[in-house]
Write a protein that binds this ligand. Structure first.
Ligand SMILES: [Zn+2]
Length: 51
């Protein structure tokens, strides 16, 4: 199964997602654009128990 790995820049907190992703969306609001320095932010939900 494909795993998505990520974490914070200092590597203190890391994660790996192997379950199904759903409800993916882009947000173009001013707070998301400012926080990520991009034209939009992508969000996705997942079940922390994996399935
Ligand atoms: Zn937003």
């Amino acid at each position: 199964m494909l795993a998505i790995k990520g974490g914070c820049l200092c590597d203190r907190d890391c994660y790996e997602i192997t379950g199904r992703l759903f409800n993916a969306d882009h947000c173009h609001c001013s707070m998301c654009r400012r926080q990520h320095g991009a034209g939009f932010t992508t969000y996705v939900e997942f079940n922390p128990e994996g399935w």
